[in-house]
Design a protein around this ligand. Sequence first.
Ligand code: LLP
Length: 463
Amino acid sequence: MSRSAHPAGPRHADVLPEGHYSAPPADLNTLDPKVWAQTVDRGDDGVVRVGGVDVKALAEEFGTPAYFLDETDFRARARAWRTAFGPDADVFYAGKAFLSRAVVRWLHEEGLNLDVCSGGELATALSAGMPADRIAFHGNNKSTEEIRRAVEAGVGRIVLDSFQEIVRVAHIAQELGKRQRVQIRVTVGVEAHTHEFIATAHEDQKFGIPLAGGQAAEAVRRALKLDGLELIGIHSHIGSQIFDTSGFEVAAHRVVGLLKDIRDEHGVELPEIDLGGGLGIAYTSADDPREPHEIAKALTEIVTRECEGARLRTPRISVEPGRAIVGPTAFTLYEVGTIKPLDGLRTYVSVDGGMSDNIRTALYDAEYSVALVSRTSDAEPMLARVVGKHCESGDIVVKDAFLPADLAPGDLIAVPATGAYCRSMASNYNHVLRPPVVAVKDGEARVIVRRETEDDLLRLDVG
Ligand code: LLP
């Protein structure tokens, strides 16, 4: 395939929408370590590698599109969170970000716990040998069947999310002759997203029981009365892709306020507090996430200070990072198909996947980076929009990014930071087959979730 430039294509930053890159990076061949997994680099031949394996070899063996997950990086991040919080706290990896049996085994080996939020996630966790007492079970509408399975399995905690569930879990636990450890999820009146948090309009959502109006205090009252439940703490999750800890500060202040009220009313000091997940990662070079040890220090200080103020023993803290562990560890590898330069606008680069393997751009207007990875190029930057193969104009993977102007069909491009909420939110739209997840470590690559086949699709179609 010839590598022709596209003279009609726009090259410069003048058509960039606000909030996206304002100028092309100095060198399109350089990979910003902030957005790429730890072992990703470019070999002397110009081909990008992960875990020592080059992407051309990976594409040849596993096809495209595919997610390649850097196992070394995953384990290092999991360990960093574990170490940062130390033995007096617990780190529950949020399985919704990405879950597979291999991941469960890595987490187990690295000493992390696991947060699941459906029967399917629970089944995956148990089948890969995660001890049930290290599993937390979440969800705003757990079915009776899911609750029963969780209690039977002996999960370490169920996070209660409604008044109905308090009664349901107590009832099921009693039926099974058990006393289930539970936390109550409260909505603290803070909703944090990206760089900001808002302290209004927060209770208008489906999760948790509001602190406001005394509802959470009433939930505690009821839970404490039921024999089937052992109330061990209060849970709060304030949002996603958060970069600063000020939202957590307000949340901790309010949760500790509830713990104090509980002590005053019932003479009980609940031993645990869970501050949820939501810590941000770098999707583009513009993002500056904080390190786990900084976050651990900040959160521990906040809770300790608040508890000292309320004369409470500092409870055991837990957190539930999902994205911050798995997000940066994977990239999606695509093959370039068609290229359409639109005069005065941008160049549309179509790849062999799209919104079925990454819905986040369409759903949240998420920003991603992209790089040509099968070779280097000295061509000038061209403003590109990376789009998929779906029958939908919103099928965008990377909204605005610079790629070399000599990009050609057959080139491999990769989108970094797709480890979280990409495979786990993948769909079969247009009967496109969901890509595999391939773990790479020390020069070896192995499939941990295989590519879907047309047989898989047809097997479900029993009409
Ligand atoms: N704990 C609870 C109770 C949660 O609801 C969540 C995420 C987490 C922990 C993990 O949050 P993380 O650390 O991964 O941000 N699909 C969206 C994110 C939805 C997150 C829902 N809950 C996305 O792609 O950005």
